[in-house]
Unconditional design. Structure first.
Length: 462
């Protein structure tokens, strides 16, 4: 403050008030204060500026992996001095002074052998900084021991998982054959995908490193691919089919449903298909469906189904399915499918099954339906994931639905149906309305399904 005029306020002959800007207090030490008047200058008074305790604003990382390598920790802050020391708990680390705002400290591997937490502080003559918590995550480990087998000619998907370490993972795969690949990913899951062209096996190695430099592997995997069905009975699957698909998403257990209609050509191809689907993941949507199939001499086989949404949502998905024809009849009257895995841009971890029937439009002509009574069942869940089921009945007469009634129960309740959910089911007028279209045109069977969000329909002629 010497030779620097300060803003001075006169209070009395024995008292003055002055303002000292912060810029004069940035460094510790002493300053000489004097008072000057027209009569002269006072004797100096020594003013002491004590060092400020260190402050920490940032650490280059606050995570490490148990068993990981030694590393250098960079610290940003204020009021560092050449004698400032970085402490790991009560242990002093080898500290390098770079400036009053920068330090580095060497953290040996021996301090991060076990998962847990510790504190980082900066110690100086003027005091100790506030503590930062440093976390040592469990050791990084590839936990997938084996991969699923596959079938030649069908899409394959094999997930590999890692735990522990500092999130932000870098995968490496060596020895993978040309027909298999993997996507670039930085999360804890690596998926091996592809379509093997013949039976045999593939052996490859997988390694992973985390954001702290710790690594795991390589782990060697061998995947066996069976020959699969030989297509001997592809001709049995020949005609126009209507399928009800339904299942769940593994990540939250919510249900999905899809009604589809497509043509099987008897030569291993599904084509000219349409679909109507809904779930809490994508809402209600429509689109197209196609694919291929391979049926062996035992009437079991595999199918690869491609769906593309065009209205209500966007996305595509290819899923492999195991197929079982219910008999050797040609054309097959019914077949069932169970999803083997799923790939694509729609929600992952989806599982499901399907029941398919040869379409018989002649059974749904107005002359056959008219004058008959029908029972129906709907079951599924609402938009909040609550279970919901309905049963009802109606009569059909000359293009109109009459004398109908429906009861609905929600949330798994065993109490009698809420009267507000007991209502008449009635529709009049030719060729209009979802129920009428369901019965008269089975290709659009999905319209009944859409009466209740994610409800599975069953109509019984009584």
């Amino acid at each position: 403050m010497e030779h620097t005029p300060l803003g001075t306020v006169y209070i009395s002959p024995t008292q003055l008030s002055v303002s000292a800007p912060a810029s004069l207090l940035t460094n510790s030490g002493t300053a000489s204060i004097t008072v000057s008047t027209s009569a002269g200058t006072s004797a100096p008074f020594t003013y002491t500026i004590n060092p400020a305790p260190p402050e920490v604003n940032s650490l280059s990382t606050v995570f490490a992996t148990a068993g990981g390598p030694a590393f250098t920790l960079a610290i940003g802050g204020n009021y560092f001095t050449p004698i400032t020391v970085v402490k790991w708990g009560s242990l002093s680390l080898a500290t390098t002074y770079l400036s009053s705002t920068e330090l580095t400290a060497a953290v040996p591997a021996s301090l991060i052998t076990t998962a847990g937490t510790n504190t980082i502080t900066i110690s100086a003559a003027a005091g100790t900084s506030a503590a930062y918590t440093f976390t040592i995550n469990p050791a990084i480990k590839i936990i997938t021991a084996t991969l699923p087998t596959g079938t030649a000619g069908n899409a394959y998907s094999g997930p590999i998982y890692v735990t522990g370490g500092v999130p932000g993972y870098y995968w490496a795969v060596t020895g993978l054959p040309d027909y298999l690949t993997y996507g670039i990913t930085f999360d804890n899951k690596l998926t091996i995908t592809g379509t093997p062209t013949s039976s045999g096996s593939a052996t490859f190695q997988v390694s992973v490193a985390d954001n702290s430099g710790a690594s795991a592997g390589p782990v060697t995997y061998t995947v066996n691919f069976g020959a699969g069905p030989n297509g001997a009975n592809d001709g049995n699957l020949n005609g126009n089919y209507v399928c009800l698909f339904q299942g769940t998403f593994d990540n939250d257990g919510s249900r999905w449903a899809m009604l589809a209609n497509f043509q099987a050509d008897g030569q291993g191809n599904f084509s000219t298909g349409i679909l109507d689907t809904n779930s809490t993941h994508i809402g209600s949507a429509t689109g197209t469906i196609s694919g291929s199939y391979n049926i062996g001499s035992d009437n079991n086989g595999m199918a690869s189904i491609y769906t593309a949404l065009s209205s209500g949502a966007a996305g595509h998905q290819t899923t492999p399915w195991a197929v079982a024809l219910t008999s050797a009849t040609q054309p097959a009257q019914q077949f069932r499918m169970v999803e083997a895995d799923d790939l694509g841009t729609l929600p992952t971890y989806q599982q499901g099954a399907a029941n398919c029937y040869l379409a018989t439009p002649s059974a749904f002509t107005a002359s056959i339906i008219s004058g008959q009574s029908f029972a129906l069942n709907l079951d599924g869940e609402d938009n909040n994931g609550n279970m919901k089921a309905s049963v009802g009945f109606f009569s059909a007469s000359n293009g109109a639905i009459t004398s109908g009634s429906i009861d609905t129960a929600m949330g798994g309740s065993t109490t009698p149906p809420d009267p507000r959910l007991h209502r008449n089911l009635h529709h009049a007028g030719p060729r209009h309305g979802p129920l009428h279209n369901c019965l008269q045109r089975p290709r659009h069977f999905h319209r009944l399904h859409r009466l209740h969000h994610r409800h599975q329909p069953y109509v019984h002629h009584g």
